[in-house]
Design a protein around this ligand. Structure first.
Ligand SMILES: *Cc1c(COP(=O)(O)O)cnc(C)c1O
Length: 398
């Protein structure tokens, strides 16, 4: 068996047809879309076609889309852009404790600059409650920013419900939809969002490009200066080849949605059921049903996620642990902690995120090697021994 990649929430490979189409926009069609001559015009046309595709995929108008350098920039631009433009109206922002750091750190930055931020708690499944959002709203609230689905545990948030609330109160609503494009339907009107972030490299497009949807009429100000590109909303020469790639990736993600979901859900459930049936002392992290079709996240008690990752890697299986996506950081995931999971249990977490190339054979292989690895690591773990004692005593009483 060759190497197995089950870390698609970290990044995905670029589809071959997308990579091929992009090459043309680095070599032949290399013009600057701002140029008046034919070299520029041809590329501008391709950029505008990509914008149409992206807009269509989320039910928006092309004029409401700006291209960015990715999910992180889109989140920054959405939050800082709305905060700056509406600071005379109010200075309060509502978000949640389980957001991506692109949102959390942007909120921290704004707090240092005089804004007030409410970080809403989540339940044990990693779900934000719409009623908590309602309670947090004050006359000073200008923005609500909640992610569509969480990248670590896959929990899908009640976005449409929060969208109705925001609309009722006249508060802008930003949604990080980086993890949901191509996995669940994303429509800006149905969800009631005013701003929405997308990244290309999570949906089989190139890295370093994404887009931000900004609903027409939204009071928003740019965060980059120095050029009139993107109708003065995002300065800097466009990443033309990557924009073409993103356009294709969005179009394909939506066209193949149903078929993908069916396939991913089947593999996901096979993994979840297989792990549950064959390994003791574990817990599934995230919501059992309101869950991304490609996300599996378990905590294995008495062992370290890092050791688990290394052992899996030696078997050629690429996954991710609960220490965020940043290897090197030993802090347990802020998402798992926010769900009320202890440091110890959070450290023993493993995330497997499936993609379109994964097969049932690969899932079977993971199910074959994982119980052995977990058992071996537990045998070496002092925690396992200690924790097993009370259990044995308990049995002796019976
Ligand atoms: C990956 C990710 C981002 C960051 O996107 P980049 O394009 O890598 O900057 C933001 N939010 C979520 C939920 C993500 O999963």
């Amino acid at each position: 068996m060759g190497r197995i990649y089950m870390d698609h929430s970290a990044t995905t490979p670029v589809d071959a047809d997308i990579a091929q189409a992009m090459v043309k926009f680095m070599t032949e069609d290399f013009g600057n879309p701002s140029s008046i001559h034919s070299f520029g015009r041809d590329v501008k046309k391709a950029v505008e076609e990509a914008r149409e595709k992206v807009a269509k995929a989320i039910g928006a108008d092309a004029r409401e889309i700006i291209f960015t350098s990715g999910g992180t920039e889109s989140d920054n631009a959405a939050i800082i852009g709305v905060a700056t433009a509406n600071c005379k109206k109010g200075s309060h922002i509502i978000t949640s404790t389980i957001e991506h750091h692109a949102v959390l750190d942007t909120c921290h930055h704004l707090e240092k600059n005089g804004f007030k931020v409410t970080y809403l708690p989540v339940d044990e499944y990693g779900m934000v409650k719409a009623e908590d959002v309602a309670k947090a709203i004050t006359d000073d609230t200008i923005l609500i920013t909640i992610m569509h689905a969480n990248n670590e545990v896959g929990t899908i948030q009640p976005i449409a419900e929060i969208g109705r609330l925001a609309k009722e109160k006249g508060i802008y609503f930003h949604v990080d939809a980086v993890q949901t494009i191509g996995k669940i339907p994303v429509n800006v009107d149905e969800l009631g969002v005013d701003l929405l972030s997308v990244s290309s490299h999570k949906i089989y497009g190139p890295k370093g490009v994404g887009c931000l949807y900004i609903r027409k009429g939204t009071r928003w100000t740019p965060i980059t200066f120095g050029g009139a590109q993107e109708r003065k909303r995002r300065a800097g020469t466009e990443n033309t080849a990557s924009i073409v790639g993103l356009g294709m990736a969005m179009e394909k993600a939506v066209a193949n949605l149903e078929q993908e979901v069916t396939k991913l859900t089947k593999l996901r459930d096979k993994l979840i059921n297989g792990i549950t049936a064959n390994i003791d002392h574990i817990q599934l992290n995230g919501h059992p049903t309101f869950r991304l079709p490609n996300n599996v996240n378990f905590s294995f008690h008495f062992i370290e996620g890092e050791s688990l990752l290394l052992s899996l890697d030696m078997k050629g299986i690429a996954a991710s642990s609960g220490s965020a996506c940043t290897s090197g950081s030993l802090d347990p995931s802020h998402v798992l902690l926010a769900m009320g999971i202890s440091h110890e249990v959070a450290h023993g977490s493993l995330r497997l995120t499936l993609g379109k190339m994964n097969t049932e054979e690969e899932v079977n292989y993971v199910l074959e090697v994982l119980p052995e690895i977990v058992e071996r690591l537990r045998q070496m773990s002092p925690l396992y021994d200690q924790n097993y004692q009370p259990k044995k005593e308990c049995c002796q009483h019976v």
